[in-house]
Ligand binder design. Sequence first.
Ligand SMILES: NC(=O)c1ccc[n+]([C@@H]2O[C@H](COP(=O)([O-])OP(=O)(O)OC[C@H]3O[C@@H](n4cnc5c(N)ncnc54)[C@H](OP(=O)(O)O)[C@@H]3O)[C@@H](O)[C@H]2O)c1
Length: 242
Amino acid sequence: MTILVVGASGATGRLVVEQLLHGGKRVKIIVRDKTNLSDFAQKHPQLTVIKANILAINDEQLAQIVQGCSAVICTLGHNLSFAGMFAPPRALVTDATQKLCEAIISHKANNRVKFILMNSSGVRNLDLDEKISNAQKAVIFTLRHLLPPHRDNEQAAAYLRTTIGTHHPLLTWVSIRPDALVDHLQESDYKMHPSPTRSAIFDSGICSRINVASAMRDLVCDELLWEKWQGRMPVLYNSTQA
Ligand SMILES: NC(=O)c1ccc[n+]([C@@H]2O[C@H](COP(=O)([O-])OP(=O)(O)OC[C@H]3O[C@@H](n4cnc5c(N)ncnc54)[C@H](OP(=O)(O)O)[C@@H]3O)[C@@H](O)[C@H]2O)c1
């Protein structure tokens, strides 16, 4: 089983790569700079590194990279600097999601390829009646108009829900929505819910990046778990909120 990870040099992506390699999977990554990877990953014989900017790869090359992958995981996110938030590419996550999905579709694999997107609990699943307070609506409205990364995450999720949909013959997806990210050294129990169980803005819970990585690994490897969540946007929390 080969899995492509984009965003692999990021805080969560690195952990996804390590967990997949520990689980005996073959992993391909597209990174601008591989020095952010751990020594374990960099030297691992089952890791193939493609040094490139995902948005600069042409469609034909991307289709070749995706060929033979049973799953594609996107943990891209805007760097938390002024340029990362406000300079192009403002639609990093959406454009990468669209390019990757089109690449998957173009080579017509025998089995549906799994696509996992790292999204955010602040993004509502508009297929569900997710109620939020007026105060939260006002904050989200402001974020949407002032912060390109929030709008980008909303548009990436919307692309999967509305353009790919839930019955695509070649592609099946899960958009994971972790609540506030924290860094823990060890995996712990986590819970996935169809919708937020607390306010993402005023009462956020914690979710460790290592548990986001575990959830992604579990979704890739566990068919029953995948069946349960495919086409959905599970919200992820650590079971213990400390
Ligand atoms: N902060 C929170 O509490 C929270 C909560 C829920 C969800 N999220 C979402 O989680 C996602 C990932 O979070 P994280 O902390 O793991 O991210 P991160 O450490 O900032 O990693 C971001 C990744 O995206 C890549 N990237 C950034 N700009 C790029 C560009 N212009 N072109 C190509 N690659 C680019 C980075 O590559 P380089 O190493 O080359 O820069 C890196 O691999 C984000 O989408 C964020 O919105 C955050």
